[in-house]
Design a protein around this ligand. Structure first.
Ligand SMILES: *[C@@H]1O[C@H](CO)[C@@H](O)[C@H](O)[C@H]1NC(C)=O
Ligand SMILES: *[C@@H]1O[C@H](CO)[C@@H](O)[C@H](O)[C@H]1NC(C)=O
Ligand SMILES: *[C@@H]1O[C@H](CO)[C@@H](O)[C@H](O)[C@H]1NC(C)=O
Ligand SMILES: *[C@@H]1O[C@H](CO)[C@@H](O)[C@H](O)[C@H]1NC(C)=O
Ligand SMILES: *[C@@H]1O[C@H](CO)[C@@H](O)[C@H](O)[C@H]1NC(C)=O
Ligand SMILES: *[C@@H]1O[C@H](CO)[C@@H](O)[C@H](O)[C@H]1NC(C)=O
Length: 595
């Protein structure tokens, strides 16, 4: 069936959309709790002292006020201590390979004193946990490499999302983030910098070189930004709008909602309208405060300027404006136009021509053993990648904090070990000294690094359940086979960030001891209840935040294994191909339905 295909009466369309998109629901759950399980035999090493760390219970994390409690590192069940011991004992029989590591670890711990070491790791982890939950720095704590300073990042990004008076673009330079604000006395270097800004060549949300992204990514991102941010929205009668809610029918999954908005962005650009997103049902929960409630801007920076948004909502009440076509809404377009519309070839407002860059996409997707060099609807693949990248260009403080919490629950303990090992005996004293020594290089240069995650990391999205109507389901074994295939080439890869809503899949991970799996601790689907019912049982906040965190982790991971037949994985693929990950390749268990 064609995706939302066919034209015709709108009511019918909506229903058809539900049917064909039914399975597109991503769904799942939320990061109320994350639990990390190491199945890799290596865990038997760490589990020795994890077992000692019974103090690693649960920590309360405040997430923008809503009390979300994350569990610390623990086993797959709440029964953490006994579980780790169990893991350790099963490992003793088949862990020969790990012995070398074990010896080294034993030596290390003898040197520093295992008990004292564990205690410090535990103290540090707790200190970071309270830092996250209280959102303030009470005592001096060593820097947490896996946590981002969300306030400061948001401040920097706000500046990068606003153009200065009379300028064509915001201050986008080849200097990253905070480095740009370094007071530089040299007038001529300022001048040269301003010249490079005037071309807008470096949208700061694109990382990786041009060869590592889809063709024309930087130019297209710049042009979309310029299209969505006309210099004068308030008084320019030429500016027209398309105001649209996110799809709201219960059959729509989170991925289908995003894909629908990507289609509307294409229409807006073709019709020279500024896209303004209105109600987003998944953000209609207590985590999104004030004006963020029910709005895309709870999670990501808004798609256009506040000025344009204000103007669009003002015009919405004006009947004449509707008649004159100044404003349109989703109802003005058929679902065929939204789902299968023409991909923009240029941006008229800024007179930029793109041509057909999708005709020369790099073939780096492998399906069933061979690279897919050419397939149908390449334009749609390219466009969805650009559109979703643009819509998600900057995370809000709220999203950034969700990511912090997820990283802390998954990797915080590993980070604490690294830091304790690097600081030596008196970490608390050293930390105090270090914080005083904070120099310019920390403030301007190193502050721009992304938070640490253990790398290389492979992300795997395993989707089953009611997806069955949409694509042929692949068993978990199929995904692991692809992961093994990547590992043959990259043997240093042994960590998997697993995103799934199926409890069975979590059970099955136990069979794969050479991989270490990380996943969120959230109630999972058991049996065959429908996705919509499952999501409802989790609550809106959880059922949005949890998949989003997994989505963003997947885009950041070094490798990805998924099913291109699902809209969700299709969008992840798009984010990776506009996020410098083209050369990581993509192994898919199946292809898109329409290729
Ligand atoms: C997982 O979440 C459940 C329910 O929120 C909680 O009872 C359980 O303790 C958590 N498990 C771990 C390992 O934290
Ligand atoms: C915890 O593990 C022990 C030993 O395996 C078992 O007897 C006990 O029932 C478990 N408790 C829970 C809550 O699972
Ligand atoms: C912006 O342009 C206007 C008109 O050209 C000029 O009056 C104003 O001074 C300019 N502002 C800045 C900050 O350059
Ligand atoms: C959009 O729909 C409204 C209401 O149905 C209608 O009045 C208006 O003319 C339509 N606009 C366009 C450009 O088709
Ligand atoms: C995968 O490739 C094999 C051998 O080339 C072929 O027999 C099989 O049908 C293919 N499977 C799919 C799903 O295309
Ligand atoms: C779910 O499974 C149960 C038993 O396995 C079966 O009776 C029921 O019809 C199934 N429901 C659906 C909607 O498939």
């Amino acid at each position: 069936m064609e995706e939302g295909g066919g034209g015709g009466v709108k009511k019918e369309k909506s229903i058809e959309r539900v049917v064909s998109q039914k399975a597109l629901q991503m769904g799942s759950s939320f990061p109320c709790q994350i639990c990390v399980v190491g199945f890799l035999c290596g865990v038997c090493l760490t589990s020795l002292f994890l077992a000692a760390l019974t103090s690693f219970g649960s920590f309360g994390f405040g997430n923008g006020g809503s009390a979300t409690s994350f569990s610390a590192l623990a086993a797959s069940t709440a029964n953490s201590t006994s579980n780790f011991i169990a893991t350790a004992s099963t490992c003793t029989t088949n862990c020969k390979v790990q012995e070398k590591g074990a010896e080294r670890f034993a030596a290390d711990s003898q040197e520093s004193g295992t008990e004292r070491y564990n205690e410090r790791v535990s103290q540090l982890y707790s200190a970071w946990s309270s830092l996250l939950s209280e959102r303030k720095k009470s005592t001096v704590v060593p820097n947490a490499p896996h946590l981002e300073d969300c306030k400061s990042t948001a401040r920097v990004n706000r500046r990068l999302d606003h153009r200065a008076e009379n300028a064509s673009y915001p201050p986008w330079t080849t200097w990253k983030g905070r480095l740009d604000s370094y007071p530089n006395a040299d007038q001529s270097s300022r001048l040269r910098r301003d010249q490079s800004i005037s071309e807008g060549a470096y949208p700061p949300w694109i990382s990786g070189s041009d060869e590592e992204n889809y063709p024309l990514t930087r130019r297209v991102q710049r042009d979309i930004w310029a299209h969505q941010h006309p210099p004068n929205c308030r008084d320019d009668p030429e500016v027209k709008f398309l105001v649209a809610d996110f799809e709201r029918l219960p059959g729509f999954g989170i991925g289908a909602q995003f894909a629908g908005m990507c289609g509307l962005l294409a229409i807006a650009i073709t019709e020279k309208r500024v896209l303004v997103t209105n109600y987003y049902n998944r953000a209609d929960h207590d985590g999104c405060k004030g004006s963020f409630r029910g709005s895309w801007s709870c999670y990501f920076f808004p798609e256009t300027s506040q000025e344009c948004r204000d103007r669009a909502f003002e015009v919405m009440g004006d009947r004449e404006a509707w008649e004159r076509g100044i404003i349109t809404s989703k109802d003005n377009y058929t679902s065929k136009e939204i789902w299968a519309g023409r991909t923009p070839r240029h941006v008229s407002l800024t007179h930029r021509v793109w041509g057909e860059p999708w005709s020369y996409l790099q073939p780096t997707t492998e399906i069933n053993g061979s690279l897919v060099a050419f397939h149908r609807k390449m334009d749609r693949r390219w466009w969805r990648a650009q559109a979703i990248r643009y819509l998600m260009r900057f995370q809000t403080e709220y999203t950034c904090e969700l990511m912090n919490s997820a990283r802390h629950a998954a990797f915080g303990e590993e980070a604490a070990k690294m830091v304790v090992s690097s600081l030596g005996e008196d970490w608390d004293k050293e930390a105090e000294g270090n914080s005083r020594k904070m120099g310019e290089i920390e403030e301007y240069v190193w502050s721009n690094h992304k938070p640490w995650i253990p790398r290389p990391l492979l992300s795997m999205h395993v989707r089953m359940g009611d997806k069955a109507c949409e694509m042929k389901l692949v068993e978990f074994e199929g995904y692991v086979r692809l992961a093994d295939r990547i590992r043959q080439r990259f043997p240093h890869l042994d960590r998997v960030w697993l995103s799934t809503e199926m409890e069975d899949v979590i059970e099955k991970t136990k069979q794969y001891k050479k991989w270490k799996f990380y996943y969120t601790n959230v109630t999972r689907q058991v049996g065959n209840i429908t996705m919509a019912r499952y999501e409802a049982s989790l609550g809106r906040q959880t059922s949005t935040n949890y998949p989003l965190v997994n989505f963003l982790m997947a885009t950041e991971s070094d490798f990805f294994v998924g099913a291109l037949g699902s809209t969700w994985c299709f969008l992840i693929d798009g984010m990776r191909n506009t996020g410098g990950k083209v050369m990581a390749g993509y192994l898919s268990v199946n292809k898109d339905r329409f290729w």
